[in-house]
Write a protein that binds this ligand. Structure first.
Ligand SMILES: NC(=O)c1ccc[n+]([C@@H]2O[C@H](COP(=O)([O-])OP(=O)(O)OC[C@H]3O[C@@H](n4cnc5c(N)ncnc54)[C@H](OP(=O)(O)O)[C@@H]3O)[C@@H](O)[C@H]2O)c1
Length: 275
C-alpha cells in the first residue's frame, strides 16, 4: 500500500530489457502499482505482457550507439510533454557470456561491454538533463558478481563492478538535486540469462548455488521496495548479503581463486550440457 503511494510520483517510467526475466517482472509489478504512469520499454523484442494503458515499446538494440542516441531523443520529447511528475529510469538490459579468452567470441564480449556499461552511462547521461528539473530515480541492475572478480565470467563480472561503483558515485554527484540512484545486486535468478550466457541448463538447476537462487518476480519485489525506501545499494536476500559480506572480508586474490574453483565446475557442467 505504501509502495502504491510512493510510485504515484512517477509520470514516466523507462525500463530497458522488459521483454524477459527481471525487467518483465518489474513491468508486471509497476503496471499494478503505477497504472497512470507512461511506461516505456526499450528492448529488441516486444514484451508479451501489457505495458498498461499509457505504455509504449521502443524496439532498439542498446548496444548500438546510434540507435541509443535516436531513441533517447524520442524519450526526451516524451518526458518533456508528459504531465507533471518524477521520472524513473531502470537500466536493466544486460547479458553474460560464459567461458574464457581466447575461446570466447570477442565481438560478443565487446557487445556485452557496450550493453552492460556504455549503454547504461549513455542513456542515463542523455536523459539526466530532462530528469533533473522533475526529479526522479535512476536504477541500475548490477549483480552480486560486482563484488569480486569472476573467472569464466571475467568480462561480465567487470561490467557489473563498473555499474555498481558508477551508480553509487553518481548518487553522490547528484546530492542536493531531486534525483537519486539505486544499484541492485541480485544473485542467481531464474530468467533467460543463463541460456543467453551459453548454458543449456541454469547452474542452479544442476545443483550449484542451491538456496541462493530467486525468481525474477522476487528480484522485482526487492527492487521496487528499495526504490520506495530511497536506498542507494541493495543485495537481494540475506544469503546473498552474507556471501558478499564474507567475500569482502577476504583478500581479493583468495576470493578470486575460490570463485574460479566454483565457476570452473560450472564450465564443466556447461560442456556436459552442450554434448
Ligand atoms: N539472471 C541472473 O542470475 C542475474 C543475476 C544478477 C544480475 N542479473 C542482471 O539482470 C539484468 C536482467 O537480466 P535477466 O536475468 O532478466 O536476463 P534475461 O531474461 O536474459 O533478460 C535480459 C533482457 O535484456 C535485454 N537485452 C539483451 N540484449 C539487448 C540489447 N542489445 N538491447 C536492448 N536490450 C537487450 C533482453 O531483451 P531483448 O533480447 O528483447 O533485446 C531482455 O529483456 C541483466 O543486467 C543481468 O546482468 C541477472
Amino acid at each position: 500500500m505504501k509502495q502504491f503511494k510512493y510510485f504515484k510520483r512517477f509520470s514516466v517510467i523507462i525500463i530497458t530489457g522488459g521483454s524477459s526475466g527481471i525487467g518483465c517482472s518489474i513491468i508486471k509489478a509497476i503496471v499494478n502499482i503505477a497504472p497512470e504512469a507512461q511506461l516505456c520499454n526499450l528492448s529488441r523484442s516486444n514484451p508479451d505482457i501489457s505495458l498498461g494503458n499509457n505504455g509504449q515499446h521502443y524496439p532498439v538494440d542498446l548496444s548500438d550507439a546510434q540507435a541509443l542516441a535516436e531513441v533517447s531523443e524520442s524519450l526526451k520529447a516524451r518526458i518533456e510533454s508528459a504531465p507533471e511528475g518524477e521520472i524513473l529510469l531502470v537500466n536493466n538490459s544486460g547479458f553474460g557470456d560464459y567461458g574464457r579468452l581466447p575461446d570466447l567470441e570477442i565481438h560478443k564480449q565487446l557487445s556485452m561491454i557496450d550493453l552492460n556499461v556504455r549503454a547504461v552511462v549513455d542513456l542515463s547521461a542523455r536523459l539526466l538533463p530532462v530528469i533533473l528539473p522533475r526529479g526522479g530515480t535512476i536504477v541500475t541492475i548490477a549483480s552480486t558478481a560486482a563484488f569480486q572478480p569472476t573467472p569464466f565470467l571475467a568480462t561480465y563480472g567487470a561490467t557489473k563492478a563498473f555499474v555498481r561503483n558508477w551508480s553509487l558515485a553518481l548518487n553522490e554527484d547528484l546530492r542536493g538535486t531531486q534525483v537519486r540512484t539505486l544499484a541492485v545486486c541480485p544473485g542467481p535468478t531464474h530468467s533467460n540469462f543463463f541460456k543467453a550466457a551459453g548454458f543449456e541448463t541454469p547452474p542452479m538447476d544442476q545443483g550449484a548455488n542451491q538456496g541462493l537462487d530467486m525468481t525474477s518476480d522476487q528480484v522485482a519485489a526487492y527492487t521496487l521496495r528499495a526504490i520506495s525506501k530511497e536506498r542507494s545499494l541493495i543485495v537481494t536476500g540475506w544469503k546473498n548479503r552474507l556471501i558478499t559480506f564474507f567475500g569482502s572480508q577476504l583478500p581479493l586474490v583468495a576470493v578470486t581463486r575460490i570463485g574460479a574453483g566454483i565457476l570452473r565446475k560450472m564450465r564443466l557442467e556447461k560442456h556436459k550440457a552442450a554434448k
